[in-house]
Write a protein that binds this ligand. Structure first.
Ligand code: SIN
Ligand code: FE2
Length: 207
């Protein structure tokens, strides 16, 4: 695990440059294993729009979106089986990143895996489907770079933009837990470990 600098991007928000770099190959191998059981897929919004990023989950629950809206559920709707369990490598990294930012005892029960190809992005949104907002969010970037938009507590607040590169981790919680955030459409790029893809692992305590 790296001891790279911790950059404050909010009162309770941190960018840990390269924090996951040393673990990246293990994380990617575990992603491969997870997606062989619960494949990446384009989910749709309540209104029927396809999301640009492909998603899957591991952990006790998984985040899903369909014509009924957003929610967490214990089964993968593609198989009606439980989501793959959260690998040790994921849990260890998420806990260490949270601790680095003084969020102790963070034990996520879900990791949402997003996969973005060039031109895919994610609009500004809040993560607010979880029961307990006292727990932080830990977000790991792997593969090609992306621009993270970090807004305020109101949708209209102008977001700051941060480049997220392979191995970077963002942690936000406390009074920043409900800040709007998103991802600008990715530029065409190539990474030796992921090809044209960016993976994002988002760890949360949902239930
Ligand atoms: C998300 O907010 O779910 C994803 C953010 C990211 O891809 O970095
Ligand atoms: Fe989010």
């Amino acid at each position: 695990m790296s001891t790279a600098p911790v950059r404050m991007i909010g009162q309770h928000s941190f960018l840990l440059k390269g924090f996951a770099s040393a673990e990246a190959t293990n994380l990617l191998a575990d992603i491969k294993h997870i997606t062989s059981q619960s494949p990446l897929r384009h989910m749709t919004t309540r209104r029927g729009y396809q999301m640009a990023a492909q998603m899957t989950n591991c952990g006790r629950v998984g985040w899903v979106s369909d014509s009924k809206g957003y929610r967490y559920q214990t089964e993968d709707p593609l198989s009606d089986l439980a989501w793959p369990s959260m690998p040790r490598s994921f849990l260890t990294l998420a806990k260490k990143a949270a601790e680095e930012c003084d969020y102790d005892n963070f034990i996520p029960d879900v990791c949402l895996i997003n996969c973005y190809y060039p031109r895919a992005g994610m609009g500004l949104h809040q993560d607010k489907d979880e029961k307990d907002f006292t727990q932080p969010i830990v977000s790991v970037s792997l593969g090609i770079p992306a621009v993270f938009l970090f807004g305020g507590l109101r949708r209209s607040d102008k977001p700051d933009a941060y480049l997220l590169e392979h191995g970077d981790v963002v942690v936000w919680g406390g009074g920043d837990r409900l800040r709007f955030h998103g991802i600008s459409p990715l530029k065409l790029a190539h990474h030796d470990l992921t090809g044209q893809c960016r993976f994002n692992l988002t760890f949360r305590l949902a239930s």
